[in-house]
Ligand binder design. Structure first.
Ligand code: SAH
Length: 428
């Protein structure tokens, strides 16, 4: 979501005549986009902010824009007070505060409303920053902003605001513009992406949107994330199975394996229901890969309760598990009402055990790809090797002199590990 937001700001700035600079030290304008989902992310933002302050002391004209969840949709007076050298504060996804500021500062003739109209993201020039046009193979499109599902640990609804689906025409226009700029793969984004269109009877649902997007010429692959177990309909699963452009990969977080912990998290489902959901996904989408998110050390989580998570991961053998240690976020229900009583070392222990387990599972799943031929969409060259992804979202590297950017090619897997695979082009 933040990557998509940052690209949007970059495009807007280019529209005003600014260019990307490789180093903050040399930039006239620095935009710092922030995440606060865990304390570690927030701390990183503070660290970067103070190093920007050092630069600004030498170059007082430098404009610093603090953007994203550290600011939030309602603004953040504490942060504004603590970082007086920040010139502009912007909520998530919104380039306009900075645009307005720069228009005024630079004494431009342009009316802010005129700019806002142009930045309705229907303008083909604006979708990707210049340096990425023709370079970026895989792009994100946010389709649901904000979130209205009150998971007790989560700060996102407070900072990104209530759930709002983007108009389908806007999404389609953006997809067509991205395709025209060379993008081959689009990932649709939302905190609960499968709730797309729920509050708008005149909008299609996610299945309908995927159908429409399937017709965009030039776009070869579609993905979406993140799903919530309670909103994954059979219709959506069947759409994924049916539409050739929609990749067989589902990101559906469980967060914890124990029913009481799930209840305290206010997730709205049980261990058993999640297991049934995984069965249902696998039955309806042949060859599907599934990713989950897990939080260890939620308030009150006992060893036995944690074991439920461990067993669930061991049983289900999912492709990916994004692991996190519980981090209390100011103002959330869990922070206010539930003591953060699992010691840090214990959170780390649980985290490492799950990491080890999942590494074994992923290694095993990947070993099953050995010698197989799979279709890979190649994105970029990384240290001399071409990096791409299988339909199931597995990372594949190919060593070759040929320019593979943006191409979908069948390759033969020659080596596998828990994190990635190596492959060769056919008949080489
Ligand atoms: N809306 C998506 C993604 C939320 S943020 C969803 O609900 O799945 C990505 C992940 O960060 C979450 O899935 C969760 O595992 C983790 N996370 C969120 N709040 C957290 C917290 N307070 N402490 C630790 N991890 C957290």
């Amino acid at each position: 979501m933040n990557v998509a937001d940052s690209q949007r700001v970059a495009s807007a700035l280019e529209h005003l005549g600014y260019q990307a600079s490789p180093r903050a030290e040399e930039a006239d304008v620095v935009v710092m986009n922030t995440c606060v989902v865990r304390q570690s992310a927030e701390d990183k933002a503070y660290g970067r902010l103070s190093s920007l302050n050092k630069i600004k002391k030498h170059r007082p004209d430098m404009v610093i824009n603090l953007m994203g969840c550290l600011v939030g949709v309602k603004g953040n007076a504490k942060v504004a007070q603590r970082f007086p050298y920040v010139d502009v504060f912007s909520p998530p996804s919104d380039p306009m505060p900075l645009v307005d500021y720069l228009i005024k500062r630079d004494g431009r003739e342009m009316e802010a409303t005129e700019v806002a109209q142009r930045f309705a993201w229907q303008d083909e020039d604006l979708v990707l920053p210049v340096e990425q046009r023709g370079n970026l193979v895989s792009a994100f499109i946010p389709i649901v902003y904000g979130c209205s599902h009150a998971c007790t640990y989560c700060i996102i609804p407070y900072r990104r605001g209530i759930e709002a689906s983007r108009p389908p025409e806007e999404i389609m226009a953006e997809a067509r513009a991205l395709a025209a700029q060379g993008v081959k793969e689009i990932t649709l984004l939302g905190q609960i992406v499968d709730r797309y269109g729920k509050e708008r009877p005149d909008y299609p649902n996610l299945s309908g949107l995927l159908r429409r997007l399937s017709n965009v010429d030039g776009i070869e692959r579609l993905r979406f994330l993140t799903s919530h177990p309670n909103w994954m309909t059979d219709e959506l699963l069947d759409t994924v199975a049916e539409l050739p452009k929609v990749m067989p990969h589902i990101e559906v977080p469980i967060q914890a394996g124990d029913d009481l912990v799930l209840k305290n998290m206010r997730r709205g489902y049980t261990n058993q229901q999640y297991r049934e959901l995984i069965e249902r996904i696998r039955a309806r989408i042949p060859g599907v890969s599934i990713a989950t998110d897990i939080i260890v050390g939620f308030p009150g989580e006992s060893e036995e309760q944690y074991q439920q998570t461990y067993e669930l991961l061991a049983d289900l053998k999912l492709d990916v598990a994004h692991l996190a240690r519980y981090s209390p976020r100011a103002g959330t229900v869990s922070e206010r009402r539930m003591p953060d009583d699992v010691p840090d070392e214990e959170k780390w222990r649980r985290f490492r055990l799950l990491e080890e387990l999942q590494e074994g599972i992923a290694g095993e799943i990947h070993a099953g790809y050995l010698d197989r031929t799979v279709e890979v969409l190649f994105e970029e060259q990384v240290r001399g090797r071409w990096k791409g992804r299988t339909p199931t979202n597995k990372l594949v590297f190919v060593e070759t002199e040929t320019d593979l950017r943006g191409r979908v090619l069948p390759v033969q897997i020659t080596r596998t590990g828990p994190w990635s695979m190596q492959a060769r082009l056919p008949a080489e």
